[in-house]
Design a protein. Structure first.
Length: 437
């Protein structure tokens, strides 16, 4: 198909809710390592990684070699048959979870399914039904997951499931109380208890949160937030569910899981995305006594598929063998330095935040009012495309640039990226100035 035929077929035969970045959809033809090429042969430096999914580089040769061998040996059996790839991945995960305490896994196809499984498991274990989530959070596209999500843009249709409430999140740049950290005393953490006491029965099944809120624009809480919240959740009988769909597998730097950066021991972890470097896999990992509470029989036709679990195990081995978690910390710090330098240069940048190779830039019309610069953010996306770099967009107001390159990039890649991003800011600032004349 030609580029035009691909765009036309997508427009005519996909649900209209399937949207594409850019005024004209970018048709990706092929990719390798940190680069992708479009249908016209243009090369782009990929600093979004398919929404935080390409963890070890596009078409990683070590990973694909193992996948190719597996696809010729055993392609599918479903969860009602035991197989080595699924068992080997589950064993590996049990060895690397926080404190070695989460040792049982249930495999699915996506982060949405992983979160569904986590909520069901928490309800079965506690006997309670009520769940506390956070404002600005995103947990998937099913009915339950959209109910957990707290952004109107991602809550489609009638979202009306009972028993789910939302507490204030730790969004320091836009503090809901108008306070400043650290003099605020992390007041937002206390709202979790207030919500439990005023909007639930007082005994909850669980609390679910992303260690760093992804779709919200990589909102990163202060160090005290999650330890305080974890104690509150435990006090009211709930399980702590860490939604690591975007933060796991070393991306935050130095740790396998994002929640470890706050020293919190979760009861359940969910993840997907970067686990298999693009192959569709989701996983819910729990303490054994929690997992054992999911009584009766259940099945996942494609969960634990031999191909995807082979890919996932190969990704984990690659991350471990090449010390990519350390690379994420070191190169991530270098990237953060470059972004902070851009902030000094470009007034449109209101905030730079994130951790490791999960970084964000929030754009504002002026730093005093912090008015979201949504139109300029859209223009930045177009400019970065012209300058041959790929990044993402997020935030409740659509004014945050999301940056999540493969974890095996080098500082030289960051140099190229920063130079092209700088040029993109210059283009947008020129357009904005012209529009105000």
């Amino acid at each position: 198909m030609t580029k035009e035929e691909i765009i036309l077929a997508s427009r005519n035969h996909l649900f209209p809710s399937v949207f594409h970045y850019y005024k004209e959809p970018l048709v990706i033809d092929h990719a390798k390592d940190q680069f992708v090429w479009d249908a016209d042969g243009n090369q782009y430096l990929d600093f979004f990684g398919g929404i935080v999914t390409i963890s070890v580089g596009h078409c990683n040769e070590e990973v694909n070699r193992k996948v190719h061998a597996q696809i010729d040996k055993l392609q599918h059996v479903s969860t009602v048959f035991a197989n080595e790839p699924q068992a080997a991945l589950a064993k590996k995960l049990a060895q690397i979870t926080p404190g070695g305490k989460l040792t049982k896994s249930f495999f699915t196809n996506s982060g949405t399914e992983a979160n569904e499984t986590a909520i069901l498991t928490a309800r079965c274990y506690t006997g309670s039904t009520e769940i506390v989530a956070l404002r600005y959070g995103y947990h998937g596209r099913s009915s339950l997951a959209m109910n957990l999500t707290a952004q109107a843009n991602w809550r489609l249709g009638p979202v009306t499931q009972a028993g789910i409430v939302h507490a204030v999140n730790a969004y320091c740049y836009r503090c809901p109380y108008g306070l400043s950290y650290p003099s605020c005393g992390v007041k937002c953490a206390g709202d979790v208890e207030e919500v439990i006491r005023t909007t639930t029965s007082g005994r909850i099944a669980g609390f679910i949160a992303e260690p760093i809120q992804g779709v919200a624009g990589f909102v990163t809480p202060p160090k005290e937030y999650f330890p305080i919240v974890a104690d509150i959740v435990k006090k009211y009988g709930g399980l702590f569910i860490s939604d690591e769909v975007q933060t796991a597998w070393g991306r935050t730097g130095g740790k396998w899981f994002g929640i470890e950066q706050w020293g919190v021991q979760p009861d359940i972890i969910t993840s997907a995305k970067g686990l298999a470097n693009g192959s569709p896999v989701g996983v819910t990992i729990a303490r054994p006594e929690v997992a054992d509470a999911l009584k009766g029989a259940t099945i996942s036709t494609f969960g634990g598929n031999p191909i995807t679990t082979t890919a996932a195990k190969a990704v984990l081995d690659f991350i471990e063998d090449h010390k990519l978690s350390i690379n994420a910390a070191e190169v991530g710090a270098y990237l953060r330095q470059k972004l902070n330098e851009l902030k000094e240069k470009h007034p449109i940048i209101g905030d730079v935040r994130g951790m490791g190779l999960l970084q964000a830039i929030e754009l504002v019309e002026d730093r005093e009012s912090k008015k979201p610069a949504a139109a300029q953010t859209a223009a930045m996306l177009e400019a970065t495309r012209e300058n041959r770099i790929l990044i993402g967009k997020g935030g409740l107001y659509g004014n945050v640039l999301r940056i999540s390159p493969p974890m095996n990039i080098a500082k030289s890649d960051v140099d190229v990226f920063a130079e092209r991003l700088d040029a993109s800011f210059a283009q947008v600032e020129k357009l904005t100035a012209a529009a105000h004349r």
